[in-house]
Design a protein around this ligand. Structure first.
Ligand code: C2E
Ligand code: MG
Ligand code: MG
Length: 761
């Protein structure tokens, strides 16, 4: 409360006292006035007495009404308080004056007894007034002075010694009254202040209690108090909400009876003066609550500082915990199979490496890939693919011992960590192989994928590890390399990593890099190798590509064409060869010597089956305006394996424009009379491997003879490649082969040399 409020409150209280104590003095003074008037009527003129008595009665009556009005009002404002006080003091003034007037008017000159009676009445009245009005020093002072001063003057005026002495005594009496009045007034004021302060303190306590009560009831945390016997003495509604219980069940509960002892240490430590915390799972004993809580307990002390119990604050953190778990699950587990993912596996692998370093025991990393999974996905849909992955995950987990880890890397790739294998490398290998074999067999059993029966093969690459000898990424790569090796070996195979594999892979990676650079910087050129007929007349040439690498030197096409096919670079390279050959044919159109030379261009399977192969060839021919019959495309048997129907369709379309087709390396591939009959070919090219030993090897001789006879029956032209000796040529010629290509005539030559060569034949 501030000063102003304080003052107003004191004034209000003073006024309340004045008015509440006013009734008794009013009643008393009315009686006194009546007695006085009655007694003095014999010695004073009755008119004066009646007039005085009427006046005083009127005044008393008015003051009584004022008092009554005050008591009914409920004013608290400061101005109103002032007004009421003014009214009160006015009443005092008027009645003081009227009583004072009695000192003159009702003072009988010759009746000493009545004089004494008057003095007695006035003195008594003043004494009563001083106590009644002491709360307001002004009113009390005013009243006493106004009542007693006239009679003192009147006594003095008599002039006799006795009267003077009475007058003096009255003055002393008045002085004494005034002094007592100051004392009483101070006491009253102090009393008022004390009472006000007490009231304020009480209200502050009430407010604080209410605030605490509200805080406890509406607090978003559970709060409970317990005594030194661990009996709950209080709890808020949130606390019982968390425990799925009720206040009746919880209050009085002895926490020593709880089955779960996880919180007991924190509860007890608070009784020893410690503030403790527990965060974890909590299974309630007397309700169904199975939750995650965060609980803090602190000691509860009395005024003297002695611990009389504990206070606990509990939060239900289940949702947060679940969210945390979910985040962890998403971050470390594969959502489809529920297996650990790559991130988790890396963690585990690190631990496995560390534990292997400690124990000296070996471990193994298995890289598993499902064979033909893509085919299943493409043919049966991803849902079926997912079903297989889930079942594979289950079977994998079932194959492993506790402590081993299986993870899904993504797609159809899984990794398995085997720990605690033998310290001996050979034994550890055998153990790893045993597990891998078990996995292969288990995964090879029939699957039921939505009523669809499926059998799956897989390939496993294995790498052993020994402590921290390897980096984990390197290990995973090595297991991966071994897995590829296993895939190459055949279906449902396992393969251990060996460093030579890595060298091969590294070499391949470098080679691929070089090939891409070669395409970027165009390090290719073309050689031309003559083809002759049996009258030693040039009939055509084969276009053969060369790659001149700045460090590797001349790289033979047999080395880089397969990689170019694998990487798709062959499309760009092949088109360039085709374009260059046609450009050359165009140039040769001018000269009679070269005008009829046909060019054979090798076409790889990937190139042949690209969507716009036909349009590409047609566009090139159109572009150079060459005779299509001078362009011969050499296909190998590998082309037909893919799709005989499609092959025939493409060939037919191109043959319609006049282009010729030759079947290269005939006899080495999937030669079948069946498809040979159906293909619209112009030429068979006997592979050089049959020609090489033709002079001495009777088997080769038989094969060549059969090829020639077969070509003859199919009405196909035949050419032999790799003819190096006169003997070979003679044999071929004697058996009906009339076209040749080989070193006997010329090696493949750069264009200038080739043209020079032509001039001399
Ligand atoms: P191919 O089409 O069977 O080519 C004949 C290969 O035999 C050529 O090897 C040629 O130099 C070689 N040769 C020719 N006569 C003799 C001989 O008397 N003795 C011996 N030992 N070899 C002889 P090259 O140029 O190394 O080409 C190898 C293979 O690379 C070719 O076999 C062909 O399949 C492929 N190739 C070459 N150029 C291209 C091309 O531009 N595109 C495609 N897709 N493949 C090409
Ligand atoms: Mg060829
Ligand atoms: Mg060939």
């Amino acid at each position: 409360m501030n000063n102003l409020d304080n003052k107003a409150a004191i004034q209000f209280e003073q006024l309340r006292q004045l008015y509440s104590l006013n009734v008794a003095p009013l009643v008393t003074s009315s009686f006194l006035a009546a007695i006085l008037a009655y007694m003095q009527r014999e010695v004073i003129s009755s008119t004066v007495v009646v007039a005085w008595f009427s006046l005083i009665t009127l005044i008393m009556f008015s003051r009584a009404i004022l008092t009554f009005a005050y008591q009914r009002s409920s004013t608290t404002s400061l101005t109103r308080t002032h007004l009421w006080r003014l009214g009160f003091r006015l009443g005092i003034l008027i009645s003081g004056l009227t009583w004072g007037a009695a000192g003159f008017l009702l003072f009988p000159a010759n009746a000493p007894q009545n004089q004494l009676f008057l003095l007695f009445i006035l003195a008594g009245l003043t004494a009563g007034a001083v106590t009644s009005y002491a709360a307001d020093i002004v009113s009390a002072l005013l009243f006493s002075l106004l009542v007693l001063t006239p009679i003192i003057i009147r006594l003095t005026l008599v002039g006799e010694n006795l009267y003077l002495a009475m007058s003096l005594a009255s003055i002393l009496y008045l002085c004494h009254l005034i002094m007592s009045l100051r004392h009483i007034n101070r006491n009253i004021l102090e009393n008022i202040v004390l009472r006000l302060e007490a009231a304020e303190r009480e209200s502050t306590v009430k407010i604080s209690e209410e605030r605490y009560r509200l805080l406890l009831s509406y607090s978003p945390v559970g709060i409970f108090h317990y005594d030194t016997n661990l009996i709950i003495t209080y709890c808020n509604s949130h606390f019982v909400g968390i425990l799925r219980s009720s206040i009746e069940n919880v209050i009085g509960l002895n926490m020593k009876q709880l089955k779960s002892k996880v919180i007991t240490p924190v509860l007890s430590n608070a009784l020893l003066g410690e503030i403790g915390n527990y965060e974890g799972r909590y299974i309630a004993t007397f309700s169904t609550a199975d939750i995650w809580i965060s609980m803090t307990c602190a000691p509860f002390k009395d005024k003297a500082g002695a611990i009389i119990g504990g206070i606990g604050i509990v939060q239900d953190v289940t949702e947060r915990k679940l969210a945390e778990e979910e985040i962890k699950r998403l971050a470390f587990y594969d959502h489809l199979t529920g297996l650990p993912n790559r991130r988790f596996l890396q963690d585990r692998l690190n631990l496995a490496l560390a534990s292997s370093a400690d124990s000296g025991r070996k471990g193994a990393l298995l890289f598993l890939d499902l064979d033909r999974f893509k085919m299943l996905n493409d043919s049966r849909g991803h849902d079926i693919g997912d079903l297989l992955l889930k079942q594979v995950a289950e079977r994998l987990s079932a194959c492993l011992r506790e402590g081993d880890t299986v993870a899904r890397l993504g797609g159809d790739e899984f990794l398995v960590i085997l720990e605690n294998l033998s310290q001996q490398p050979s034994e550890a290998s055998a153990q790893a192989q045993q597990v891998a074999t078990k996995i292969l067999i288990t995964l090879n059993q029939i699957y039921f994928l939505d009523q669809y029966e499926y059998r799956n093969d897989s390939s496993i690459g294995i790498v052993l590890f020994n402590g921290h000898e390897h980096l984990q990424d390197e290990l995973i790569k090595q297991a991966d390399i071994a897995m590829y090796q296993a895939k190459k070996t055949g279906r449902n195979c396992l393969c251990f990593f060996n460093p030579i594999m890595q060298e091969a892979i590294t070499a391949r990676v470098e080679f691929e890099y070089d090939l891409r650079k070669a395409v970027e910087n165009w390090q290719f050129s073309l050689h031309y190798q003559i083809q002759m007929n049996n009258s030693d007349h040039p009939i055509g040439a084969e276009v053969l590509i060369r790659w001149r690498h700045p460090q590797r030197g001349l790289v033979p096409p047999a080395d880089f064409i397969p990689l170019a096919e694998e990487t798709g670079l062959i499309l760009q390279i092949g088109l360039w060869v085709l374009d260059s050959a046609c450009a050359q044919l165009k140039l040769w159109q001018q000269a009679p010597l070269t005008r009829d030379i046909a060019l054979s261009v090798n076409v790889s399977s990937k190139q042949f089956f690209q969507d716009d192969f036909v349009t590409q060839v047609q566009a090139v021919i159109l572009n150079y305006g060459i005779k299509p019959s001078l362009l011969k495309l050499e296909l190998t048997e590998s082309v037909f394996v893919k799709s005989i129907e499609e092959t025939i369709l493409i060939m037919d379309t191109l043959i319609a424009t006049g282009i010729q087709f030759s079947l290269d390396d005939f006899g080495t591939g999937y030669s079948s009379l069946q498809y040979l009959k159906r293909l619209p070919l112009h030429q068979l090219k006997i592979d050089q491997s049959f020609v090489r030993d033709i002079a001495v090897d009777s088997d080769d001789q038989a094969i060549v003879r059969t090829i020639i006879a077969m070509a003859d029956s199919l009405n196909l032209n035949v050419i032999a490649e790799g003819v190096e000796t006169e003997e070979q040529r003679k044999f071929l010629q004697d058996n009906g082969c009339v076209n040749f290509q080989g070193y006997l005539f010329s090696k493949p030559l750069v264009i200038e040399d080739f043209e020079e060569f032509l001039k001399h034949t």
